[in-house]
Design a protein around this ligand. Structure first.
Ligand code: CMX
Ligand code: CO
Length: 140
């Protein structure tokens, strides 16, 4: 069902500071920066590695406002890992297959994610406390 870990989403208070940290400490390179109003985030994707089924990234997330998903997370838990994004060949099919197993889908239908991807979230309470994202990349 899963092709790879597409990205790990990390919640932070200051995107520019965290980009600087990841660049200078790990040598990662920013390949995309976006503001996603629907998700309530300002974000950057940093390339980690390429694999046979596509690339993997770190996604740094700064909330646009305190009552967004990432804003609430930061105020409750502080900075850290916010979600895991798995690459899937077909997000609508993955949603149907996983939903049929009783896992709550946060999204009724796929929405727009970073770099033109189609994404959907699974409820963390049904995945052992891990907010889980399904990612169908735009190029495959
Ligand atoms: N990981 C694990 N658990 C989480 C969580 C996370 N990231 N975010 C919230 N929770 C838990 C909370 O701790 C809380 O648990 P308790 O009741 O035991 O305290 C419970 O889920 C409810 O949390 P809440 O703060 O009341 O928040 P909401 O229910 O309003 O929203 C969620 C939670 C997961 C439905 C919401 O964050 C969501 O829809 N997320 C998906 C969208 C998203 O995260 N977008 C940003 C990333 C965009 C991208 O990757 O491109
Ligand atoms: Co993500």
């Amino acid at each position: 069902m899963f092709l790879r870990i597409d990205h790990v989403g990390i919640a932070c208070h200051n995107l520019e500071e965290k980009i600087e940290f990841y660049e200078s400490t790990f040598g990662l390179v920013v390949v995309s920066r976006e503001v996603n109003q629907e998700q309530g985030v300002k974000e950057a994707m940093l390339h980690v590695a390429d694999g046979d089924s596509g690339a993997s990234y770190v996604q740094l997330l700064e909330p646009l406002h305190p009552d967004s998903a990432v804003g609430k997370y930061l105020s409750k838990r502080g900075e850290g890992v916010h979600h895991i994004g798995y690459g899937v060949p077909d997000v609508a099919k993955a949603m149907a297959d996983i939903g049929a197993k009783g896992v709550r889908l946060i999204d009724e239908r796929p929405r727009h994610g970073s770099m033109g991807a189609s994404i959907a979230f699974l409820h963390p309470k049904d995945v052992g406390g891990v907010l889980t994202e399904l990612v169908e990349t735009s190029r495959h």
